[in-house]
Write a protein of this length. Sequence first.
Length: 351
Amino acid sequence: MEAEALLNRLNEEHSLTAGELVTLLRELTPGLKKRLFRLADEKRKKYYGTGVYVRGLIEFSSFCKQNCKYCGLRRGNVKAERYRLTEKEIVDCAAEGYKLGYRSFVLQSGEDFGFTEELMISIVRRLKARFPDAAVTLSIGERSEAFYRALYNAGAERFLLRHEAASRPLYESLHPGMSYENRMRSLFLLKEIGYQIGAGFMVGLPGQSYWHLAEDLLFLKELQPEMIGIGPFIPHSSTPLKHAVGGTVDETLVMIAVARLMVPKALMPATTAMGSLDPAGREKALSVGANVVMPNLSPLRVREKYALYENKICTGDDGPQCRSCIEMRIAASGYELALGRGDHYSYSRSL
């Protein structure tokens, strides 16, 4: 009964202590899990209705200076096929998405310092000049404060930077050579600058416990990001964690639902990783609180090279095919494709 009472309080107050979150997660019966999923779906509908927002994803570089133990793009993976799109190719990808009705683009890469501040400013300015009614999101890792401010001033409005692990020991065990303090500082700095920010984590990482997950949820509660990305950890054969078990769709659904109740107004993607583990994974995520999809606009010739994990879906679908497939899947789930910028609830109502 304690778990049921905790779920009721979480739904009403949007907060629990770390110990209470651990108790809820440990004692989540099948019946209570079903209720959690229903409450999370109701909460997203309260703020966003049945709309599912689209972000056109452009994976523009597979180079990365970091050596994260879980990632196929890690510096130490000598088997990784590296590529960089040109500025023209990036704009052309966005143009294709714009024709398909997308009004939000995510520029994602490894931490590739070959894309300098000057080059990134040029790319963002070109995108904003050509598609003034579209939002530009960056997902390019840790950079300097001056870099972040320059790109914001150039027109980038959103920045995705998963915190990965709110637990310092867990974070440091997965990110050799990286600073836990800098990761956290970067997120709060991006928020201070004015970006709509995205944070998040993977479920099923080696060494991850309920306590770690509770810390992640409480960090998100504190940060109040506009976007929360939660997906399953999928091992890559060319990383130190290649023999790890990985996360499951069911475990991830629970965390998506709890995060929806913790930060009710957040935008939350149904990730490609969910669809890679389960053909209906993205639809399941939508049913428990997720409300964003990110169809790939990258050129077909490079999609398989952007391999954060293996056996990724949708690497062979062109833009129109991907748009059609996504729309049908969303409709079959009882939701509707929402074209437009898809801003955060609070932001869109302050305009």
